[in-house]
Design a protein around this ligand. Structure first.
Ligand SMILES: [Zn+2]
Length: 440
């Protein structure tokens, strides 16, 4: 049977027509939240059609977002994604087909939606968000993120906060951010400099606690501990292959069997091949249903902000919606407070508990694991001198000897402010106020 018999060519067009009719019932009619004096339904519909929306990410969330936004009446959408399509994406990134494997996600997604939803223009950008400057971001009225990387979110957040100019109303770009991890997800709205930003909320994304090596070596309690033991310790001792290739089934099988033996020894159930693969590759399962719930929530917020038909998330209060489908379905919406000591949108230095006997190296390394900092390549300056710079090479070499000195030896004092920068967030200088641990 030809597939054309099942999906007549006119079907998508008819769907879009029906969508539009329902859509106009909402956007062209006055409601309890519209201003009775100045409301004009035609003006709302017209404004939505000329509004420029930026979608960041064309993966699991991005495909959903593009489809939803196009069907919600937005006609000028841009999408940024640097990735190409992998065969493992096809189960949930529904705008892609097998023949698209290897092509750019943004390009293929844009073409697909343009074909199905007549009248929408989607401009793809196959590159990194960092490749654009503020002038580029200034052209949009709204930014929607469907990203899986915290670093990219922090970058766009810092950029949008930086762009705010109090005298220019158009410089405030609302950021709608969606994120999912397995059966859990969140949707939040950020009004740069007005409400709590992504950096204020960074502790909601604490890095996963690493299991101490001693637990792995002596007393494993969970199947994951046995797998990590095989991965970190047994592999190193026995070197079954010259180097570990996490995509090679033979290597994973070796780790799985080692982990299984250890699990038997300690009577721990639950070690499986797929868990081994998950732990070793640090895979977060992606669930299509979670993506569609979160993308729908984000698109709803975009629609409310654009049409003014109802109060949106983040104004005036609750700005963070979390969703969990782990154990039946649960959602909770709350207000995440803006932080005065947020390095991006606040103006106070953040307190930093340190031990004066630490070496500078220990301080540098601690920035990577502190939930409120998460900086992998920090350079540090004190008020009057540079303590450590990661680049350029000559400065790195010059400041390297400081790494082995203690904070006291470097002349740092309790209450002193330090500035920390990281190449991943070029525009931000993180200010910290040292708080020395009292020796007892
Ligand atoms: Zn902030």
């Amino acid at each position: 049977m030809a597939s054309a018999d099942v999906h007549p060519a006119s079907e998508p067009a008819r769907c879009v027509f029906l969508f539009r009719r329902h859509l106009d019932r909402i956007r062209t009619r006055a409601g309890p939240f519209t201003d009775p004096d100045s409301f004009s339904g035609e003006a709302v519909a017209g404004a939505m059609e000329t509004m420029k929306i930026l979608v960041i990410g064309a993966g699991g969330l991005g495909c959903e977002l593009l489809k939803n936004l196009a069907l919600s009446g937005f006609k000028d959408i841009h999408v940024i994604d640097m990735d190409t399509i992998d065969i493992s994406n096809l189960n949930r990134q529904f705008l892609f087909r097998q023949s698209d494997v290897g092509s750019f996600k943004a390009e293929v997604a844009a073409k697909f939606v343009e074909k199905r939803v007549k009248g929408v223009k989607i401009t793809p950008h196959n590159c990194r968000i960092q490749d654009f400057d503020e002038d580029f971001y200034m052209q949009f009225q709204l930014v929607v993120c469907g990203l899986d990387s915290i670093e990219a979110r922090r970058w766009i957040n810092a950029t949008l906060v930086n762009m705010v100019n109090e005298d220019v109303e158009d410089s405030y770009k609302p950021l709608i951010d969606g994120g999912t991890e397995g059966f859990k997800g969140q949707a939040r709205v950020i009004l740069p400099t007005v409400t709590s930003c992504i950096e204020c909320q960074l502790d909601m994304h604490a890095p996963r606690a690493a299991v101490p090596l001693c637990t792995l070596a002596s007393i494993p309690r969970q199947p994951e501990h046995c797998i990590e033991w095989a991965h970190v310790i047994a592999w190193d001792q026995e070197k079954p292959f010259p180097s570990l290739d996490k995509d090679d089934p033979e290597h994973i099988t070796w780790l799985y069997q080692k982990a299984l033996l250890r699990a038997h020894e300690f009577n721990i159930p639950g070690v499986t091949y797929s868990l081994t693969q998950g732990v070793v590759k640090n895979i977060i399962p992606a669930i299509a249903a979670t993506n569609s719930v979160i993308a729908a929530a984000c698109c709803n917020e975009v629609f409310k902000i654009a049409s003014n038909c109802a109060p949106f998330l983040g104004y005036p209060d609750n700005n963070y919606m979390m969703y969990s489908g782990n154990d039946s379905i649960y959602t909770y919406t709350f207000k995440h407070e803006k932080k005065d000591d947020c390095p991006v949108c606040g103006n106070l230095a953040r307190k930093l508990d340190v031990d004066p006997t630490w070496t500078l190296r220990e301080l540098v390394e601690s920035f990577a694991v502190r939930p409120e900092a998460q900086l992998k390549k920090p350079s540090i300056r004190a008020q009057f001198k540079t303590l450590y710079m990661q680049s350029p090479a000559s400065l790195e070499e010059q400041t390297r000897p400081n790494l082995d000195k203690t904070l006291t030896e470097l002349g740092l004092t309790d209450g002193e402010e330090i500035g920390v920068t990281d190449p991943a967030f070029a525009t931000v200088s993180f200010k910290f106020k040292l708080k020395f641990k009292q020796s007892d």
